[in-house]
Design a protein around this ligand. Sequence first.
Ligand code: ARG
Length: 467
Amino acid sequence: MVNKASKNKMWGGRFSSDSSKLLQNVNSSIEFDYRLFEVDVEASIAHTQMLSHCKIITKKDSLSIIAGLKRIKIKFKKGNFKLSKELEDIHMNIESALSKDIGDTAGRVHTARSRNDQVATDLRLYIRRKNFEIIDEISLLQKALASKAEDNYKTIMPGYTHMQTAQPITMGHHLLAYVEMLSRDKGRMIDCNKRLNESPLGSGALSGTSFPINRKMTSKALGFNNPMRNSLDAVSSRDFVLETMSSIAICSVHLSRLAEEIILWLSDGFNFIELPDNLTTGSSIMPQKKNPDLAELVRGKSGRLIGSLITMLIVMKGLPMAYSKDLQEDKEPTFDALDNILLCLQSMSSMIENMVPNIKNMNEAASRQFSTATDLADWLVQNLNIPFRSAHKITGEIVSLCIEKNITLDEIDLEILKKFDERITKDIFNILNAEKSVIRKTSEGGTSPKNVKRAAGLWLKRLKDEK
Ligand code: ARG
């Protein structure tokens, strides 16, 4: 026998020396891919059962491999599994542990399989599971928002455009806007799971295998819809990661917008809501401070989640067929994104559930800045049959006069209004406050309390029926 000096049991055959420490450090992924432990064992069991069914290995060997894998799983769960950096990644760590447990038979588990189809399979299984967790958390946040909206279906607040007071709206309406956004986020996550649910297992390193395997069997056992049709695509594509990351990034942008509003609403200038002490933080120097760190972190983390997507897009963009080790760089941003979107969703649910609106402050703010000027213009159109553009002009002049006199729209004299159009009657004052304004916004999708109450009820029912 030729004397080779590499001690690497997995691929040492053609090597005369061991990997340098530097290579080991760069190459090793066990520090993060240990998370694939459970799915890797599941996929190995499915693969082993198939090998035995197809008579590629004996039933006896398959039973021994499966029993060994199950013992290793228990060890891992108890925290007794020692992860070794020299063994590079989770796949080699598990195979090596199996070989310590059952001897040389362990070497048969990797028949008709490569780490390339193995890792692609594991990652799909892992992301599928996490995506379902994300979907559930989105539903919980939607429920929190919809029930806060139901409680506040007639709470009036200012609606803004350009961050300037625009028209009065109901707080329920504002919160339900996020329920809608989140429902599309959920749709995207569900969609990701539909498309990623195909099995790469059995694609081998890149070209398939000469063993008479049954890929439909492993695909079915692992809950996939079908085996992937092209082995090169199966081992080298990560668009399922990109799709998940982009859906997460979009969702995080929605959460960041809501976080920004919570931060504004809590600030002194707005004073629209209160959050309980256990969801806010103090300052190490200013004893009076109560800071919205939780909301700020949700806003900040969206930067990190968008970054994860960009990282992965850039990792992928220059990769020729088929597998390259660059693909190992998919894991850290993926795991980080999956963890952090869950944290953001949970943080947001607890802030929404526990926030208490300062109804009086919101109402006052909604009445400032001539927020009912559009209602006045609409009244002129509806009652005097003036074209809207002319009504807009007249209203603008009335507003300008009010600014001059430092009064609100409903404080103006009827006699002065009549100078603009003598047909104006005192009826006009019935629509010039915030409450009247929102009550009249009954068009489909509009902010009227009646609409909002119905929409919140429908959402709560829909979310309840989802389960
Ligand atoms: N740890 C590797 C990864 O995450 C597993 C696949 C290794 N394949 C290889 N040909 N070296 O991508």
